[in-house]
Ligand binder design. Sequence first.
Ligand SMILES: [Zn+2]
Length: 132
Amino acid sequence: MKTVRAYVKADDAYLAASVLEGSGLSPNIRDGHTIGVDWFYSQAIGGVKLEVPDSEYERAVELLGLPAVSETIFTCPCCGSTNVKPRQLSLLNALSLLFFWVAVPVVSRRADCIDCKAVLKMKETSEGLELY
Ligand SMILES: [Zn+2]
């Protein structure tokens, strides 16, 4: 399965999934029930994910009118790997969820290189986000 897009609200994801199903694809909604119960978790867990089998990805992107994007947009400055995963939960979010059951709308500015295990920081530049 490959994620086509993440939505803030479950309704939007189900609407897009119905478009794909109507065209003969086999979409799957991930985290729809969690965010449907409490939409405030949407930011913390990265939204409602609309997934399709790998073989249907290109067709799904075309049907939804989305620009084709690469799986990762970051390159590790330590080893050059593109296997870098941005953290979706900031420390502040994790602590507020743990103690107060409230998600604070703060995005984590860290990422992990899966290959060399480096913990990277993100900074915003004029060209977008950059790792260092
Ligand atoms: Zn690395």
